[in-house]
Design a protein around this ligand. Structure first.
Ligand code: 5GP
Ligand code: MN
Length: 339
């Protein structure tokens, strides 16, 4: 983190401000954990703060402290428009491309508020006045920990620590991905001392499945296929399968990771039909050197991180599978040893 970032931030926060904090669309644990933690920090200093989510999020995140005060653009568009137009400062967290907030991007561009981006994805766009971008960080939540520590280390509290713990835990695959450093563990250690209950947070997020979600996982796993001769697997879920398991937002979270449980597999993909939006949502996970960020950007209008990315397709599910396999064959000589 650069000194100029913290100094700039201190200057902007020196007097009470109207502040909006924004995660990306379909916010995950890190996006919501980081935005809510920053909210709990800022409200201690006479600022007026609103966390605004572009849309709804899974119920396993609906216990996070402060979650019930989040304004959702999809539910209250005129109120959200007003808050963004009135804001002096707008924090954009856990995304670095305006396309990630979809309908809100126009509003953001027009707003007079000073934009402050804090994010750990690669290739940031240049839309903010102040930027703290570091793709080597495990999570935006770990970055928010550093920001709060630099601004006022006495202002941590239990709510902040629970939100940050949840964000770091979910973005590191429970501290298992290579982005997890000794510093991440030191951060987690401090968060536990500050009151975060790791076992309880883990249980709230990962042990809250409905019966039908596990049935859907069963269907997903039985749909899994390997691309012939390559260390690549893919899974599909069509609308009918989703409906048969009473699909709820967030139910498919984590399914794509199962592909990497297979010995020797380094790339896993899931393609999920979304008829109401007329698209296929794709998630990509890899192990090691293969960059799913590059793959998502090159073939499926997406992006993310080296080992975890997402994208989408406007073709049918069947054609998306064909397009996916063609893309894999196109890059296979360069990236995969056949086996
Ligand atoms: P997921 O597969 O869990 O939706 O997303 C994995 C990672 O890729 C997350 O870090 C997410 O922010 C990023 N990501 C997902 N979908 C997209 C997308 O459509 N565009 C970009 N740029 N990143 C995405
Ligand atoms: Mn993140």
């Amino acid at each position: 983190m650069e000194k100029s970032f913290i100094n700039g931030l201190k200057k902007h926060l020196a007097s009470p401000k109207k502040i909006v904090i924004l995660p990306h669309r379909n916010p995950d644990g890190d996006a919501l954990g980081s935005t809510l933690a920053l909210n709990h920090f800022l409200i201690q200093f006479k600022h007026t703060v609103n966390v605004i989510s572009p849309n709804d999020y899974p119920s396993f995140l609906k216990w996070l402290p402060g979650e019930s005060n989040i304004l959702k653009y999809s539910h209250a568009p005129s109120k959200v428009r007003r808050k963004i137009n009135e804001a002096d400062l707008i924090f954009t967290l856990d995304f670095n491309s305006l396309s990630r907030v979809e309908d809100l991007s126009g509003l953001l561009k027009k707003s007079k508020g000073i934009k402050i981006m804090i994010d750990h994805h690669e290739s940031p766009e240049n839309f903010a006045t102040l930027n703290y971008s570091d793709p080597s960080m495990s999570s935006t939540s770990e970055m928010i920990y550093k920001v709060i520590k630099a601004l006022d280390r006495n202002a941590f509290n239990k709510k902040i620590s629970s939100c940050l713990y949840a964000g770091i835990m979910t973005d590191t695959g429970s501290f298992s991905y290579p982005s997890t450093t000794s510093e991440t563990h030191l951060t987690i250690s401090h968060l536990i001392d500050l009151g975060a209950d790791g076992a309880d947070i883990h249980q709230k997020i990962y042990d809250s499945s409905s019966f039908s979600r596990l049935k859907l996982l069963g269907i997903t796993l039985s749909n899994m296929k390997q691309v012939k001769g390559l260390p690549v697997v893919y899974m599909t879920l069509n609308e009918k399968e989703l409906l048969s398991c009473n699909f709820r937002k967030g139910d498919t979270e984590g399914f794509v990771n199962y592909g990497l449980n297979l010995k020797g597999i380094v790339f896993s993909c899931i393609m999920i039909e979304n008829s109401s939006e007329g698209k296929i949502k794709m998630s990509f996970r890899s192990q090691g050197d293969f960059s799913v960020n590059y793959f998502a950007k090159t073939y499926f209008n997406g992006g993310g991180h080296q080992n975890a990315s997402g994208g989408m397709s406007l073709e049918s599910l069947e054609n998306t599978v064909i397009k996916f396999k063609n893309a894999i064959y196109e890059i296979s000589d360069q990236f995969f040893k056949s086996g």
